[in-house]
Write a protein that binds this ligand. Sequence first.
Ligand code: DGL
Length: 275
Amino acid sequence: MSNTPIGIFDSGIGGLTIVKSIQKYLPNESIIYFGDTAHLPYGDKSPELIQKYAANITYFLAQQKVKLIIVACNTASAVALEIVEKIAGGTPVLNVIDPAVQTALQHTLNYRIGVIGTKTTIQSRIYPIKIREQHPEAYVTTKATPLLVPMIEEGWANSRISNEIIQAYLSETTFETIDTLILGCTHYPLIKESIVRYFENKVNVIDSADSVAKEAQKLLTQRNMLADPQQTPVHTFYVSDLTDSFQQTTQIFLDVPVVLQQRRWIENPTTSQSE
Ligand code: DGL
């Protein structure tokens, strides 16, 4: 057993969807969350810059002696996983892409899979690459859907506006034959129901938050690292820039109130020296 916390990081507040799923599947675990609000959005930044930010955050989490690091951000999972794993040392690292790909492959019957995410995630081609590694014949259609993140943060999930934007993005003919859609972004679990309705319940909609939480449960169980069921979990939520707006946005993602704490930007000595 291990009562040390799980470290979870994201570009901002959206990664709280992962926290919510972790709390559902692993209610005894303590969490240290880091939202890089000073640098968001990651979704249209270059891989090099995201790698630098992710390296610094991993360095910080490793210093906190977390037992597992979850890269909650799809964009960071797409372009910065290698550097995160390197800096994490022996600490296990989970990303949000592999569990979602596995879940999609378990559900699809026709191997026609859609993926939506940020521009950087989609441009990385990580989803088609990972899906075809396991099923070379799969047809994978992807689309960057950048309006969805600000729309959800504005509190417009599951509204007339969001239905129209979803329709504008997903009405392309390439999505007509898919039987499975991966929601490749932290924010999209909040519009899952609308997307399921858009496809009239005929498409499996895969949510990376639940997929990674189940994977974390499996990993900690296998390694005998689950928290003591008697322990009261302690959660800490750091952000690199704290504003009222970020604080209020937490309510969109988590039902229970959380208090964000400002954590000034940390430079990993190994990355800052090499600049
Ligand atoms: N967290 C990002 C992701 O999951 C979405 C928000 C951003 O662009 O920073 O890809």
